[in-house]
Design a protein around this ligand. Structure first.
Ligand SMILES: N[C@@H](CCC(=O)N[C@@H](CS)C(=O)NCC(=O)O)C(=O)O
Length: 200
């Protein structure tokens, strides 16, 4: 199977960390497909033109990151980051949705900020900033509940926070969020995180 990804996509990082955590890294071939280039190869397999996209050996293309992560988890023999049916599963999926929502708002803000002056909406940017801060506060409220055993929710939280550090390094999210800061510092040392540090 072949993963279309970029080295700076936090959604692709979710997939790469999942592959590492469940022990299927070696099964994945990789193609860097920049969605912002005209020759974006991801668009040939994902109609949305986004990364990550995973093409299976029989040609079926899977997207987006929640679907790919669950597929890889199913392949993994050693461990699982998707709890079995029950409340823990819903908590993990809800956390994944929260991490992804933080990313969506952060990326929307960044893209809007880069538009020409006469096209940019400061109101739209302010709306995304509010969303980012609400997501961060919800994560802080949840941080002491996070289990030792990682789930897809942990990975989504981590990738979202790490992407804030990567793209908005001058806007530290840590002040006023001590539990989230402590959790992040510990999770950051996992090999799956250390082997997937983003770069442009
Ligand atoms: N919901 C998607 C989001 C994927 C996404 O937004 N990827 C970005 C890169 S981080 C992308 O490809 N953007 C290109 C575009 O929006 O056209 C997922 O979870 O995989």
């Amino acid at each position: 199977m072949r993963l279309h990804y970029t080295t700076n996509s936090p959604f692709a990082r979710k997939v790469l960390m999942t592959a590492h955590e469940v022990g299927v890294n070696d099964l994945i071939e990789r193609t860097v497909s920049n969605p912002w280039n005209e020759e974006n190869q991801a668009a040939a397999v994902n109609p949305a033109g986004k990364v990550p996209a995973l093409v299976l050996d029989d040609g079926l293309a899977l997207y987006d990151s929640p679907v790919i992560c669950e597929y890889l988890d199913n392949l993994g023999q050693a461990s699982s980051i998707f709890p079995a049916a029950g409340i823990e599963r819903w908590r993990a999926l809800q956390r994944q949705a929260l991490g992804d929502a933080l990313l969506d708002a952060m990326i929307a803000r960044r893209l809007e900020s880069r538009r020409p002056d006469n096209e940019r909406s400061e109101g739209w940017i302010a709306r995304q900033v509010l969303s980012v801060n609400r997501c961060l506060d919800a994560m802080e409220a949840d941080a002491s509940e996070l289990s030792e055993q990682p789930t897809i929710g942990h990975i989504a939280y981590f990738c979202a926070l790490a992407h804030l550090d990567f793209r908005f390094a001058d806007e530290n999210w840590r002040p006023g969020r001590p539990k989230l800061e402590a959790w992040f510092a510990t999770f950051e040392s996992r090999p799956s995180a250390q082997s997937t540090i983003p770069h442009d």
